[in-house]
Design a binder for this molecule. Structure first.
Ligand code: LLP
Length: 465
């Protein structure tokens, strides 16, 4: 466990916030890399997304509100499709899943990665061709596997010996042959928060390459009647900027692929390199565009295949965050503002909004950094160090740890936080009996709900009197 949130935060405060944060020349200016492509500050100072003023959106749909920019989502999906022309690109639905985004992803030529029966159910109901679905999970139940097999999903990514046996049986009982990828652990220390790194040895996902488990799993899949070996799968973690992790992983996975060819005499036709491509949450982050990523990954794979004397398998990737993350901002209403004295005469403005860790747990859970801006107007007041906090009964209920905000920010103002499309609504909770906010999609001046907000009745419905 990390140290207590407040302790760590107090440690490096100072009057100017963390060293990476600098006071803006203009507190109203938007940092383009953080916002979806259609976000603008209009002449009267308010923010608009997809051609709609956020004040109007909040009037109609309430706050907090996730505002999803359809054009931005589609263009990021299309950018991956175009940058990876010889790959299959699976949108990782765990980042954010609803029927609308599933439809957009498929229309833009992507496939879909799901990791639970619930995600699978949503995808099937949204009408996704099951052969375009990849089914993940380290502990899929028999019922989930049976449903996936009966639906005819395009691939199941197996993660344990028990699952290989279970899936083989389920397939055989139904006289089906299920295409299977074997998830392996490449033994890479990805440079990201430990909770979202997945390729080092001491964590729950995958079969270890180093320990020989991966080769044994492949052997069992190849031998099972109801299973068809598609290939290996490696996902090293999430919010990764440093491509060297992908390089090392690709090298180790391809070396195993070559061993499978040599020792088992089977040529797996595919290889999946997972997702995990980072996005910009603050000015600290400098992500690579899909084209640069694609060139880097393809260069490594081609080089390794040549060196190993094997044909390049068909590749796939599974970006989630890099497609949906920047497409969404969350708009909140400010409720209270409190100036808190820090050391050496410095102070910080605590801005409390009407949501919090129930609609974005990432700051509390991963120590994630976010940014924000005043959304209902611009301000000519000076910029002061602020912290955006929620309404939950917990001191760690922080949305934006450090950002400069106008000193005149006040109750009733709207505040927007960019980059909340991935792992915010999908990880939202009802902590403190706070209803989860709606998601509204905007495009060309039109707005429509894609996920309804919860009402008090929704919350009370589950309570047994
Ligand atoms: N493929 C596999 C097998 C995965 O496990 C994941 C993410 C992805 C693809 C998509 O990764 P992405 O491109 O979105 O980074 N809740 C955490 C992230 C957990 C990621 C879990 N797996 C967060 O909020 O940062």
């Amino acid at each position: 466990m990390r140290a207590h949130e407040a302790g760590a935060l107090h440690a490096d405060l100072g009057s100017r916030g963390p060293s990476w944060l600098s006071a803006p020349h203009d507190v109203n200016a938007l940092v383009d890399s953080l916002w979806s492509s259609t976000v603008e500050r209009s002449a009267d100072g308010a923010l608009s997304v997809g051609g709609i003023d956020v004040r109007r959106l909040v009037e109609q749909f309430g706050s907090p509100l996730y505002v999803l920019d359809e054009a931005d989502f589609r263009s990021r999906a299309a950018a991956f499709r175009e940058a990876f022309p010889e790959y299959d690109v699976y949108y990782a639905g765990k980042a954010f899943l609803c029927s609308a985004v599933v439809r957009w992803a498929v229309e833009e030529g992507l496939r879909l990665d799901v990791c639970t029966g619930g995600e699978l159910a949503l995808a099937l109901r949204a009408g996704v061709d099951p052969t375009l679905i990849g089914f993940h999970g380290n502990n899929k139940s028999e019922a989930e596997l049976a449903r996936a097999v009966e639906a005819g999903v395009g691939r199941v990514i197996v993660d344990s010996m028990a699952e290989i046996e279970r899936l083989g049986q389920i397939a055989a009982e139904r006289s089906k042959v299920v295409p299977v990828l074997v998830r392996v652990t490449a033994g890479v220390e990805a440079h990201t928060h430990e909770y979202i790194a997945t390729a080092h040895e001491d964590q729950k996902f995958g079969f270890s390459i180093a320990e020989g488990d991966a080769l044994e799993a492949v052997r069992r899949v190849a031998a099972a009647d109801g299973l068809e070996l598609l290939g290996l799968h490696s996902h090293i973690g999430s919010q990764i900027f440093d491509t060297s992790g992908f390089e090392v992983a690709a090298r180790r996975v391809l070396a195993l692929h070559a061993r499978i060819v040599a020792e088992l005499g089977v040529v797996p036709p595919e290889l999946d390199l997972g997702g995990g491509f980072g996005i910009a949450y603050t000015t600290q982050d400098d992500p690579q565009d899909p084209k640069t990523l694609s060139e880097g990954i393809s260069r490594i794979v081609d080089h390794e295949c040549r060196a190993l004397g094997i044909d390049r398998p068909r590749l796939s990737i599974e970006p989630g965050r890099a497609i949906v993350g920047p497409s969404t901002c969350t708009v909140y209403r400010v409720g209270t503002v409190k100036r808190v004295a820090l050391d050496a005469g410095a102070s910080r403005l605590y801005v409390s909004v009407d949501g919090g860790m129930s609609d974005n747990i990432r700051t509390a859970l991963y120590d994630a950094d976010y940014s924000c801006t005043l959304a209902s107007r611009s301000s000519s007041a000076s910029a002061v160090l602020g912290r955006v906090v929620g309404k939950h009964c917990e001191a760690g209920d922080i949305l934006v740890k450090d950002e400069f905000v106008p000193s005149d920010v006040t109750a009733g103002d709207l505040l927007a936080i960019p980059g909340t499309g991935a792992y915010c609504r999908s990880m939202a909770s009802n902590y403190n009996h706070v209803p989860r906010p709606p998601v509204v999609a905007v495009r060309d001046g039109q707005a429509g709900l894609v996920v309804r907000g919860e009402s008090e009745d929704d919350l009370l419905r589950l309570d047994v009197l």
